[in-house]
Design a protein around this ligand. Sequence first.
Ligand SMILES: CSCCC(=O)/C(O)=C/O
Ligand SMILES: [Fe+2]
Length: 176
Amino acid sequence: MRAYLYDNLDTDCRETHEQIPSVPVSAEELAASGVLYWKLKDENFEAQIDKICEDRNYKNRDQITVSKEGLGDLFDAKIKTFFAEHLHEDEEIRAILEGTGYFDIRDKDDRWVRIKVEAGDLIVLPAGIYHRFTLDTNNYLKAMRLFKEDPVWTPLNRPCDENSYRKAYLQAIATN
Ligand SMILES: CSCCC(=O)/C(O)=C/O
Ligand SMILES: [Fe+2]
């Protein structure tokens, strides 16, 4: 995982969009926005996921392949939905199994931070954080999605500042 401030240029979102000079964002800074990150080792990948699931009460999991082949006729619509700025009323937890992509999150100062993910990365976006996702120019990512009971990933597009999960999120990071 590598994170940096987004350049906000209006070009293909699958490009790197790293400012020049780059402004890196550390795991600690991401944690201040409520974003959690683990690097999972190949040797005991499943065991590490199981431990995180046990610690954080994630009971269920499935997989998604974000690619033209994986999503078929839904590809264009899904890609558009993923990149529209939104929040969820539950955590978004993704363990990357194959491929690469970018999660963009709004930090405490409402700046876009781009997080590059690859195989072995496990990322948790808290409920209420504004974010979006895009593939990079490799156009392929396979991820495991973890969730507590049923998935609650309905995207609520910005603005939804009156949403109770948004308000709870802002309160949580303010007292962090
Ligand atoms: C990498 S999984 C696809 C992206 C997704 O599920 C989502 O909700 C993006 O915000
Ligand atoms: Fe999302």
